[in-house]
Design a protein around this ligand. Sequence first.
Ligand SMILES: Cc1cc(C)cc(-c2cc(NC(=O)[C@H]3COCCO3)[nH]n2)c1
Length: 225
Amino acid sequence: MKENTYNDDDIKVLKGLEAVRKRPGMYIGSTSSRGLHHLVWEIVDNSIDEALAGFSDIIRVFINKNNSITVVDNGRGIPTGIHPKTGVSTIETVFTVLHAGGKFGGGGYKVSGGLHGVGASVVNALSSFLEVKVCQNGFIYSVTFKNGGKDIEKLNVVGECDVEQTGTSVTFKPDPEIFTETTEFDYDILKTRLRELAFLNKNLKIILTDDRKEEKVQEEFLYEG
Ligand SMILES: Cc1cc(C)cc(-c2cc(NC(=O)[C@H]3COCCO3)[nH]n2)c1
């Protein structure tokens, strides 16, 4: 029986991610530059939740050379075990199961306010590449996705980190098949919103780094309260 349900879940996952790719506007508002930057807010939102829970106080956002984004926090790290309901790692579950949660429960998402921490699978569905790395118990665990989350390199240990250290890092590259207008991130859009998020979340340090040019550009936002 386990085998059969696994297949059903597998198909459900693929259908969920495919649904997002078919109607991205339903999940992120548009596939213009606005929708592109919305992906960053969906991921950063999760690290902010971890800071609100009191477990993270630094969030780093990198604009990488190829216009992929890396978001790193020093929170507890997404749990690295097997998810009880899906039978696959919790990390894989977070990035592949479409949470019908939304702001109004059911399908009706209030896009502008963000998906409130259920958007990770949406970002994965709309990315040609996405890698999650979690530092926990002195190990670096990794799960990698390609082609809108279809091809998965399952949870495995790829390195070591300081035993005392914990945190989550997510790198994603928006899919040019979806974002046909532009896949280039705008430093000022990211800077403005990240500064606002630091202001709204006192004592949370947010560091934005742009690694696309020879000269690295970096700004730090911290509002003490
Ligand atoms: C960048 C990014 C993206 C996503 C989807 C989650 C996270 C994330 C998730 C967490 N922490 C958790 O999930 C908590 C949840 O409670 C158990 C311990 O781990 N920290 N950071 C960070």
